[in-house]
Design a protein around this ligand. Structure first.
Ligand SMILES: Nc1nc2c(ncn2[C@@H]2O[C@H](COP(=O)(O)OP(=O)(O)OP(=O)(O)O)[C@@H](O)[C@H]2O)c(=O)[nH]1
Ligand SMILES: [Mg+2]
Length: 459
């Protein structure tokens, strides 16, 4: 018979949302960033929380209300005092009993407080373990849990907004809407398996082909928006390249407003690939400085040039820096397919390039004085494409891959219809499985380990 929700409870495919979370252990971590601050938070989750509340706070506290208390050690001496918050299961971030102790934000006092909680039977949390439990207890789906980490890591305001949208479930809802259409299609195609006599009538219905095509289009549109989200997350890769001594490193320092790279009047100063993550006009950019391109007998410099070419091939935007005083007209840079090329004449404070060498769209600037740099920033901003619209959600490469596989499987299911329902049904099942990987309906322990281990501790 038709399995209406094959991705649920499919134990042999790995973990599912119904798998109980954790190991029954209580976990604890300092949830605020390391270092000194006004407030520091120790977060605890698991079955021992009520006992820890009793022991540390001297008695129970009301759920979901801030309580001002002394935090006491084993002898009853206060370690610190501050606000305590108790969230009983299941209405908590992790879905378990959760305690937050908001004390003073010093590393020593927080360590003492954490040690006290560990002494009472908690163990230190692994990176991302709170979010992992939230996922396993069905408080967040996998795409939302990933958005928690992406919001924390967001490198630009647009990326933060997009992460919030994903966290609120905008991306998951669209994925689930596609999954629902798939379920309906599967019911239809698998019904043809169960009633072979009427198979022809079932599958000849043009409506079913039309709905598959519509689903392919929807998956394509969703991929487009997710791809923009991936770029928001990872940043636009902008590579500075050109001959030695044209001022690439000086421009890197100028754009990042920091002395990131060594500059000198010696050609061949930069030998390695240098990266700086910055935000240019609201766009997250990974700016890459490279070794000047030339043939060199020096093996270290040759390796630098090889790495420079590799970086250029992987760039979204290539800034090809030129020297107006060079003896020869510029050659064509080794730019990869699909990359935007921006030609820039540097050292404008020393002179302009010969008119014959200039091409339409060339920019002139001085990395040393900063003149003309704003126009380059605007060009980089334009290269990032449209300002990220309201519909963008932060996504990861793994999501793009799953959407692509789902779309291909639906297309194969459509082509297979003519040959009968068997193959088509199988392809639709694969498509649904791919979508389930995004939200975590279908997943494996290895994938979860990979995702959550990249989170910070205490999240
Ligand atoms: N006058 C002037 N000098 C500049 C400008 N930009 C860079 N320079 C100088 O040009 C020299 C080379 O600059 P770098 O930034 O080290 O050049 P590079 O392209 O990184 O060189 P390599 O790392 O050797 O490939 C330095 O002496 C800089 O001060 C500019 O806009 N005007
Ligand atoms: Mg350099």
């Amino acid at each position: 018979m038709v399995d209406h929700a094959p991705h649920r409870g499919a134990g042999r495919q790995g973990l599912t949302r119904e798998t109980p979370a954790g190991d029954g252990e209580t976990i604890a971590a300092v949830a605020t960033a390391p270092g000194r601050g006004g407030i520091g938070i120790v977060r605890v989750s698991g079955p021992r929380v009520p006992a820890i509340v009793e022991a540390v706070l001297g008695g129970p506290i009301a759920p979901r209300r801030a309580a001002l208390r002394a935090f006491r050690d084993a002898r009853g001496e206060p370690i610190d005092s501050g606000l305590a918050l108790f969230f009983p299961a299941p209405r908590s971030f992790t879905g378990e009993d959760v305690l937050e102790l908001h004390g003073h934000g010093g590393p020593v006092v927080l360590d003492l407080l954490l040690a006290r909680v560990l002494e009472l039977g908690a163990r230190t949390a692994r990176p991302g373990e709170f979010s992992e439990r939230a996922f396993l207890n069905g408080r967040l789906d996998l795409a939302q849990a990933e958005a928690v980490a992406d919001l924390i890591d967001a490198a630009s305001p647009a990326a933060a907004r997009a992460a919030t949208r994903s966290l609120q479930g905008a991306f998951s809802q669209e994925v689930e809407a596609c999954a629902e259409v798939l379920t309906e299609l599967r019911v239809y195609v698998e019904a043809a398996l169960d009633f072979p006599d009427e198979e022809i009538d079932f599958l000849a219905d043009p409506e079913i082909t039309r709905r598959m095509q519509a689903l392919e289009a929807d998956l394509g549109a969703l991929s487009g928006r997710a791809r923009e989200g991936v770029r928001l997350r990872e940043g636009l890769c902008v590579v500075l390249c050109g001959a030695p001594n044209v001022g690439k490193s000086t421009l890197l320092n100028r754009l990042s407003r920091e002395e990131v790279a060594i500059t000198s009047d010696q050609p061949g100063t930069t030998r390695d690939v240098l990266r700086a993550d910055l935000s240019i006009a609201g766009v997250a950019v990974r700016l890459v400085d490279t070794a000047g391109l030339r043939d060199s007998p020096d093996p270290v410099e040759r390796e630098g040039v090889r790495r420079a070419r590799e970086a250029i091939a992987a760039a979204d935007v290539v800034i090809w820096l030129l020297d107006p005083a060079a003896p020869n007209p510029p050659e064509t840079p080794p730019v990869g397919a699909g990359a935007r090329l921006i030609r820039v004449w540097n050292k404008a404070d020393l002179g302009a390039p010969p008119p014959a060498w200039r091409a339409p769209g060339d920019l002139c600037l001085s990395a040393r004085t900063g003149r003309g740099v704003a126009a380059l920033e605007a060009a980089i901003r334009d290269a990032a494409g449209e300002a990220p619209g309201e519909g963008v959600f932060l996504a990861r490469r793994r999501h793009l891959d799953a959407l692509r596989r789902a779309r291909q499987a639906v297309a194969r299911a459509r082509h297979a219809l003519e040959a009968g329902p068997e193959l088509s049904a199988e392809e639709l099942r694969l498509a649904q499985q791919a979508l389930g990987e995004i939200t975590g309906e279908v997943t494996t322990e290895a994938l979860l380990g990979r995702i959550f281990s990249s989170f910070c501790i205490g999240k």
